[in-house]
Design a protein around this ligand. Structure first.
Ligand SMILES: [Mn+2]
Length: 241
């Protein structure tokens, strides 16, 4: 059985379907989705429908992303959130325009069911963004950190490689888990196009909401699969720019 971790999808369903084919995903595989299923390309509703169906036939773990939480809040309250609309919410709102209440309620159930983090039996942690508590995720004070934090990734990138793990200046947060898998901050910001590893943190977000591809990584072999740039599936759209 493979454990395959998948980065931020941002409504790019066609890229996800291509990726699942490329990696020849079977029902034996454990798929861990790192969140941000919506906000970006035009297929927010279709993406959630697809994931709900996939959950019925495959072994899936769905992590909560900040965009999933924003979308859920909008579905629940109907309240307009300027920041959300600016960061991909506009395409999600459009996607839901003609959707019936039964479907909306199924989607709200799906979005409610997302997990803030998943820790496997080999001490590998999966979450959308990060955590701040030096004792680990069980002690996190603000659960929003799990899907908003950028300091864990920033820390991993900044760790002085000459510092040994035994040195008491080594960041404690990076010693708590064997490996940490995140999305949230596209690696394109540091000029990368493939999932990037820094210290024990693996960032799988390759900017699918923007110009990048969607990526998947086998956590045991570290083999990587990528879709075509997601923008190429939606040639008339701008994504999140
Ligand atoms: Mn994202």
């Amino acid at each position: 059985m493979r454990t395959l971790v998948i980065g931020d999808i941002h409504s790019g369903l066609k890229a996800l379907q291509q990726l699942l084919q490329k990696a020849a995903v079977t029902k034996e595989d454990h798929l861990i989705f790192l969140g941000d299923y919506v906000d970006g390309w035009s297929e927010a509703v279709e993406t959630i429908n697809f994931l709900i169906e996939l959950k019925k036939t495959h072994n899936c773990t769905f992590i909560r992303g900040n965009h999933d939480e924003l979308c859920l809040n909008w579905l629940k309250t109907k309240e307009h959130n300027d920041t959300w609309v600016l960061h991909g919410g506009v395409s999600t709102k459009k996607s839901y325009a003609d959707v019936d209440d039964t479907t909306k309620s199924e989607h709200m159930d799906f979005l409610e069911s997302l997990e803030n983090y998943y820790l496997d039996t080999s001490d590998r942690l999966f979450l959308h963004a990060g955590f701040t508590n030096l004792k680990g995720v069980d002690y996190e004070y603000f659960s929003k950190s799990f899907y908003w934090d950028r300091t864990l990734w920033e820390l991993a990138l900044a760790v002085d490689r000459s510092l040994s793990k035994e040195d008491n200046r080594y960041p404690h947060r990076l010693l708590l888990y064997k490996e940490i898998y995140i999305g949230h901050t596209p690696v394109t910001r540091i000029g990368k196009t493939e999932p990037h590893n820094a210290a024990n943190v693996f960032n799988i977000d390759t900017g699918a909401a923007f110009k990048g591809p969607l990526s998947m990584l086998d956590i045991d072999t570290k083999e990587v699969w990528q879709s075509d740039p997601v923008a190429s599936f939606y040639p008339t759209e701008k994504g999140r720019n």
